[in-house]
Design a protein around this ligand. Sequence first.
Ligand SMILES: Cc1cc2nc3c(=O)[nH]c(=O)nc-3n(C[C@H](O)[C@H](O)[C@H](O)COP(=O)(O)OP(=O)(O)OC[C@H]3O[C@@H](n4cnc5c(N)ncnc54)[C@H](O)[C@@H]3O)c2cc1C
Length: 484
Amino acid sequence: MLVAFSDFSESPALETDVCITGGGPAGITLAIELARSGREVILVESGGLEPDDDSQELAAGEISGVPYTDLDSVRLRYLGGSTNHWAGQSTPLQPIDFSVRDWVADSGWPIDYNDFAGYLPRAADLCRVSHEEWVLPNNAPTNHLEDAGFRPVLFRFPEPIFGFGEAYRRDLEKTTGLTVILGGHVLGFNSNETGSEVMSVTVGNRAGKRQEIRARTYVLATGGIENARQLLLSGPTESRPDRWPGLGNNHDGVGRYFMEHPAYDLGQVSLTESDDFLSEAYTWIGDDKVRLDLQLDASVQREARILNHSMFLLGSGSRRKSFSERMLSWIKPPDLEFRIRVRLEHAPYADSRVTLSDELDAFGLRRTKLEMRVGDLELATIRHVVESCGRGVGMADLGRLKFDGNSLSEAWIDDAFWQIHHAGGTRMSADPAKGVVDANCKVHGVANLYVAGSSVFPTSGQANPTMNFIALALRLADHLEKGT
Ligand SMILES: Cc1cc2nc3c(=O)[nH]c(=O)nc-3n(C[C@H](O)[C@H](O)[C@H](O)COP(=O)(O)OP(=O)(O)OC[C@H]3O[C@@H](n4cnc5c(N)ncnc54)[C@H](O)[C@@H]3O)c2cc1C
């Protein structure tokens, strides 16, 4: 059932089994899953079915650290969240992303890759991409850079691209036991005095309406940046101690290790003739729309002590051609000159963080401040990938690379662009001093509060986040079904 908060009859305190805050893909997945298992679920979404300025404006915030795009343009606040303008690109995190890498400080997940990967096929279904193995079929174009250590990475796309709000609206309306409140802004989780248990959530609107919701279990799913902010804003409503650090923040971990996915274009590759793998990113395999990129194999990453990444050659247009355009491409000369685009894992840095700004929003709550950092590893990875690409092109006699190594400096980040993937901030760790949630996504030290979304990622790999945190949301649903 979908209900507008403004139409909702106020009651002293609404009670439910599970209260989920945030109706993006993480919240929607979990809400439907839990309601289908017989739980009474309330999902509270700030926006409505369409974009609206009043809700969107609440996403504004302050930026310091490395340059970044305005915070109210990198996320959307209405049902479906940022999938209302995503590209749908999906690929799984890889085993190396879960491992402890001694050259990446604070790397390693507290869960096993296979535990996560068991949920991928259902996550792929929900993202409307094929759940077949993520390997290339035999008839895929040949990767000529294999001798330089590169292996293909397969990305899949839904066709057509869809937003989670629209796509799963019928399930949200019809699933027994599920109530979706639209236009209700979560103003904070109210805890007991010590912050060890959430007692209720306060929902409000600009007309001054307020409603408490009480649940046995609460799940925070307001997005990669907002999840940290919500914890920092939450705590005991009455007699909150001075200098209250926020909920689940006894170790000053909330908001830290924030990660994005930077991408950077450099070098110039001149091919002597067109190469199917290198010059055509988008293709079809059966009914699947896919992209084929390259990455240095995990063994090479270990040896070179670099971050995960993917790369492709960026031509003047061929990389963006649709299938039908490709069929017509015989009438045009093929692209032979390319830039290299490297898309990077962003290493987890404790001082790359979401904090609270001194500016207040329309509800008098402190807005977000994002202070993002990068370090030496990202630069070292770009350099290694480009040099390896040049070596591979030469070894395969495909052409040559022009790249002035001296031109690559710390200033790269000023010309980098971001893929708008928000991760970290409420990272997962078995150790409460090193993370905000445990291996089950429960907030350390808070008995009944969980987090869903990529803010729980300890490291972000090179993969697009959504299908991966949907797999984690399904895993969380399994955990809650057993326990609540
Ligand atoms: C341009 C663009 C392209 C992208 N392309 C891809 C891609 O190709 N592949 C991919 O995997 N990812 C992509 N992403 C990222 C993807 O959109 C996000 O990973 C995903 O939407 C995050 O889901 P979420 O549920 O965690 O949060 P969100 O999508 O941010 O949803 C959070 C929801 O919570 C609501 N909310 C926030 N605060 C409150 C509050 N206080 N009270 C109540 N509700 C609240 C919001 O209104 C929103 O609906 C892209 C993002 C952008 C911006």
